[in-house]
Ligand binder design. Structure first.
Ligand SMILES: Nc1ncnc2c1ncn2[C@@H]1O[C@H](COP(=O)(O)OP(=O)(O)OP(=O)(O)O)[C@@H](O)[C@H]1O
Length: 234
């Protein structure tokens, strides 16, 4: 469904992605792993058409069509949503307002505000609270719910577990698996290795802007030598 091939991205003269390639098939959860600064966020932004960075070589194909050069709002319309690192919510908007910015409250098709509240009961309870009144876990749920409002087929999630208490990380894993069951594909950037491997079908390891290893998530989880070699985990 998503095919990224030989992508080269730059921040000014700084060459950050050096021919990154990966694939996400329909309904697959794919983890993108790698140490700090290896280019994970840059790759996600490059897929989504967000600048910076500047993509100078390679292709991003979605359902067979080239996305390079397509504006990010158009990419969203074609079915790819992003849950950015740090969640990027509006402190003064309520939970409901965050959701209705992207979809009318009266909408009846696909992901509606009512359906999002059914999926995230905690958000329903907090519907009139503002972004700055939510806990870290509630913020993350809202960031995911907001992404769902565009009725995506693929969600790019950038470190969703960052800053969450362990119980909330587990809750988030449950949400990711439920979304997968609903047929969504997910490309998941995670520092929390074990959480990512617990929900992913496959994983790629990025090192200085290139994929240096790919495998089934279950194989990586059972193979400590891969974790040590590429991720410095002991
Ligand atoms: N806006 C920017 N301008 C210049 N350089 C940047 C910018 N954003 C990232 N970089 C550089 O690009 C490289 C890759 O960063 P990126 O954020 O993609 O890594 P990452 O793997 O997502 O790491 P992290 O887990 O720390 O977010 C780093 O060397 C970083 O300093």
């Amino acid at each position: 469904m998503l095919e990224v091939a030989d992508l080269h991205s730059y921040y000014g003269d700084a060459h950050v992605l050096h021919g990154a390639s990966l694939e996400v098939k329909t309904g697959e959860v794919v983890a993108l792993l790698g140490r700090n600064g290896m280019g994970k966020t840059t790759l996600i932004r490059s897929i989504m058409g967000l600048t910076p960075p500047d993509v100078r070589e390679g292709s991003v194909r979605w359902k067979g069509q080239e996305l390079r050069g397509v504006p990010s709002h158009e990419i969203a319309k074609r079915g790819i949503a992003i849950v950015p690192q740090g969640r990027r919510l509006f402190p003064s908007l309520t939970v409901t307002e965050h959701l209705t910015v992207l979809k009318k409250a009266s909408a009846t098709h696909g992901w509606t505000v009512a359906k999002a509240f059914e999926f995230f009961p905690r958000l329903a309870e907090r519907r009139n609270n503002r972004g700055n009144q939510l806990s870290g876990g509630e913020r993350q749920m809202l960031a995911v719910a907001r992404a769902l409002m565009i009725d995506p087929e693929l969600i790019l999630m950038d470190e969703p577990s960052e800053g969450l208490a362990p119980v909330m990380v587990q809750h988030l894993e449950g949400i990711i698996l439920q979304l997968k069951q609903a047929g969504l594909g997910i490309l998941l950037v995670e520092q929390n290795l074990y959480s990512a491997l617990a929900v992913a079908d496959r994983a790629y390891i990025l090192e200085t802007g290139r994929v240096v290893h790919q495998a089934l998530a279950s194989d990586i989880a059972e193979d400590p030598s891969t974790l040590t070699k590429f991720l410095g985990v002991h």
